[in-house]
Design a protein around this ligand. Structure first.
Ligand SMILES: Nc1ncnc2c1ncn2[C@@H]1O[C@H](COP(=O)(O)OP(=O)(O)O)[C@@H](O)[C@H]1O
Ligand SMILES: [Mg+2]
Length: 269
């Protein structure tokens, strides 16, 4: 399982050559991608710039009303996924793009109404279309892999009672890795891994023991926290090799497999 972060922008396709090499060797590879930044760009182009809400615990997240979900879907499925699929095809990989909605792959439950601060005003938000993953049905992905295809997957997920929902792409990759009994979860982003000091790229934390995740969470800013939590959960749920690594280098997947980045150790695996 290889997750390429939206923060990588055009660098997202750097992983494609490695993916082609792995597929060429007979490995089954599933690609998950994010695309928050591109979706924000789409939202701005449509004249409805992204809005953020702050929860009571201080956590900031994207306010996903219907217009924002539309921009997110256009960004993920219309802008980010096609070039990845095209690049993989060019390299001889039979890539297939799909979302968590397709084939009932990823099911989520909508976040309940919450008291938040939106545009500086306290409010109860009831129309947020984001949620938490409740289950993964990997049947479609397994079918594609068995047929020699390489799935390229992203949010949204589906709440059967609401419709498509925005879910976090790192969680999405982690849950899919667990459901597929993946040997590897490699999360590529625009940083070398977890840094002790986010402004110092040489301050890499090489190993995170899963039984000491809480202490490491304190090192991480909001978006890195989600990565740590979901990666730690994947390792505890039995994924043997879990790594957060840099996606910007020339051979990012092979470098991560060779041990560069932040590796999760301990736990059940
Ligand atoms: N301790 C930390 N170590 C590394 N990155 C951190 C840390 N704290 C916060 N970050 C931020 O997390 C970002 C990665 O998350 P994000 O932007 O969501 O990437 P992606 O698009 O790959 O999911 C980094 O670019 C960095 O700004
Ligand atoms: Mg992110």
């Amino acid at each position: 399982m290889i997750k390429v972060g939206g923060s990588l922008g055009d660098d997202m396709s750097r992983a494609c050559a490695d993916i082609a090499a792995l597929v060429g060797q007979g490995s089954s590879v599933v690609v998950v991608h994010g695309g928050g930044a591109e979706s924000d760009r789409v939202a701005r182009e449509l004249g409805r710039p992204p809005r953020y809400l702050t929860a009571r615990d201080g956590r900031r997240s994207r306010y996903t009303d219907a217009a924002a979900l539309d921009a997110l879907t256009l960004g993920m499925l219309g802008r980010v996924k096609p070039p990845l699929v095209v690049e993989l095809l060019r390299l001889g990989v039979r890539a297939v793009g799909l979302s968590g909605v397709d084939g009932g792959l990823v099911t989520a439950r909508r976040t309940p109404p919450a008291r938040v601060v939106l545009d500086g005003e306290p409010r109860v938000v009831r129309d947020d279309l984001s949620g938490r993953i409740t289950s993964v049905d990997p049947h479609l992905v397994r079918t594609l892999l068995a047929g020699g295809y390489t799935p390229v997957v992203s949010p949204p997920a589906l709440d059967p009672e609401v419709g498509p929902l925005n879910v976090d792409a790192d969680r999405f990759a982690a849950r899919l890795a667990v459901a597929l009994d993946a040997d590897w979860l490699i999360v590529l982003s625009n940083v070398p891994g977890l840094l002790r000091d986010p402004d110092d790229p040489s301050s890499l934390v090489a190993e995170v023991p899963c039984d000491d995740l809480t202490a490491h969470l304190e090192l991480a800013g909001g978006r890195m926290k989600v990565k740590l939590r979901s990666a730690g959960e994947a390792r505890l749920a039995g994924v043997p090799h879990v790594v957060l690594a840099d996606g910007r280098g020339p051979s990012p997947v092979l470098a991560a497999r060779a041990g560069t980045g932040t590796t999760f150790v301990g736990g059940a695996a």
